[in-house]
Unconditional design. Structure first.
Lengths: 415, 66
């Protein structure tokens, strides 16, 4: 039945209840209430532009009641009013910054066009740098990057969590290097995006996963080199706070040597690249092999030195002991022998003296029998044939007498 | 529960301690041969591990995009 505006009631009724106008055709003229129109337009926009990314320059930026953010996104000829919650704003914004916003276009209940922003990220070197500096100052002032809070790499690292894109070259380099350098580690990999507006939330989820499961000793956030826009996700405030709050120590290996993200500053350890992170997290097999060999050589040399020292000490001890033994056992023997020898010599001397005395007596006796001695006493020696008429020689002490025997008389021997 | 397998780092730390004994005042001539033998066995084990051990890489099934 047609209503007062000449259209069927069911149509208005259905629309007001938010039902899709599947039967509606653009060529048909339809009547609806402002609420219905706005609802239809929003449904249509929502269906066609569920999520749109728009790049433009921020203007008229303001925060209302500490929770609503309003700004215009403009280019040379147009401007789009944007609305978002302060909670969704993950990087500082200022007028003049170039940003990419993601959101849904819609009409407000007052019929004004607005872009409801779910995410915003600065783009272009100047804006990125500005946002980076603003957030860095804010978080530094909060003490989020305090070096005193940094933890090192666990000494005995056997369980590692990795957050990266498994398709990224940086990730491949990392795995290649840790496998070449070291073994025996269990590596759990959380595959996430590492660039773009969705990356921060995915990395945050992965961080929370590792922290909740508590199976790894360290978390490595890895991403190879890229443009400033590619690496911008690592300056996301929520992600930076999550890294700083991680119960498990975090190492970052993001971009190249010259790139410095806020995640790098919040991490416990900063590696310049994913490859550098691999080197920092692992020892080198060859270096360790050499170290083990050196250790054993050192131990051997030390043992030998100790043995030599002990040998020398024992030698000295032995010397002292042997001196003691000589004094105790050998010296008395020597003294005894010496004493015995002396006694024996004395005996020999005495015996010799006796002998000498005896010989002396014999000599005296013999001396007494010496013809010369007899002659000196006045005796004479008669030599030759003792018969009358024989010529004989009489020898005295100092002369020899030749004489003729005239007569031989018998001598009385009684005295 | 069985004895937990020592990691490479733990083994190296243990060897370090064993070797340190040779430089320390605790060194005793009587124990030197036995201790050196033990250290050498551990060193051999570490060398084998260093040559053979591989890392275990597991990509989590969890979908972090949702």
């Amino acid at each position: 039945m047609p209503n007062s505006m000449g259209h069927s009631d069911w149509l208005v009724s259905d629309v007001s209840e938010g039902t899709r106008l599947n039967s509606w055709s653009p060529t048909e003229s339809i009547q609806m209430t402002p609420t219905t129109l706005i609802s239809v337009v929003n449904d249509t926009l929502g269906a066609v532009y569920e999520s749109v990314e728009v790049v433009g320059e921020v203007a008229s930026f303001k925060v209302n009641q500490g929770k609503w953010v309003f700004f215009d996104l403009k280019d040379e000829s147009s401007s789009v009013p944007c609305f978002m919650t302060l909670w969704s704003l993950r990087q500082p914004l200022e007028d003049g910054m170039k940003v990419v916003v993601r959101g849904t276009p819609k009409l407000t209940q007052w019929g004004k066009f607005s872009f409801t922003v779910s995410a915003v990220q600065p783009v272009g070197e100047g804006s990125l740098k500005k946002a980076y500096e603003l957030l860095k100052k804010k978080l530094t002032d909060e003490g989020l990057f305090d070096p005193a809070k940094k933890r090192g790499i666990p000494e005995n690292l056997t369980k590692l969590g990795v957050i990266s894109s498994t398709q990224a070259a940086g990730y491949a380099d990392f795995i290649k290097i840790i496998n070449a350098r070291w073994g025996g580690m269990r590596v759990q990999v959380a595959h996430t995006q590492v660039q773009g507006m969705d990356a921060p939330d995915q990395i945050i989820k992965a961080l929370r996963y590792f922290n909740e499961h508590g199976e790894v000793q360290m978390i490595a956030i890895l991403r190879g080199g890229g443009s400033a826009d590619d690496l911008a996700c690592f300056n996301d405030e929520k992600l930076v706070r999550e890294v700083a709050a991680s119960k498990i120590p975090v190492i970052s290996g993001i971009g190249h040597e010259v790139d410095e993200s806020l995640v790098d500053l919040a991490a416990d350890v900063r590696a310049s690249t994913p490859s550098n992170a691999a080197e920092m997290l692992t020892h080198d097999r060859m270096t360790e092999l050499l170290k083990v060999k050196k250790m054993m050589t050192g131990a051997y040399q030390s043992a030998m030195q100790n043995i030599e020292t002990a040998r020398m000490a024992n030698h000295e001890k032995l010397k002292r002991v042997s001196h003691g033994l000589i004094a105790k056992y050998i010296d008395p023997k020597i003294n005894e022998v010496r004493k015995n020898m002396t006694e024996a010599l004395e005996n020999i001397k005495r015996a010799l003296k006796e002998q000498e005395k005896h010989v002396e007596q014999k000599t005296v006796m013999l001396e007494a029998l010496n013809p010369e001695v007899v002659l000196r006493q006045g005796y004479a020696i008669l030599s030759g044939k003792i018969s009358p008429g024989s010529v004989v020689k009489i020898t005295t002490y100092d002369s020899e007498i030749i004489t003729l025997i005239q007569e031989i008389l018998k001598r009385s021997k009684n005295g | 529960m069985g004895k937990q397998k020592k990691s490479l780092n733990e083994k190296i730390a243990e060897l370090d301690k064993k070797v340190e004994w040779f430089y320390s005042d605790d060194f005793k001539l009587e124990a030197a041969v036995e201790n050196y033998k033990n250290a050498a066995e551990l060193a051999k084990e570490i060398e084998d591990d260093l040559k053979k051990l591989k890392n275990e890489i597991e990509v989590l099934a969890e979908d972090f995009s949702k």
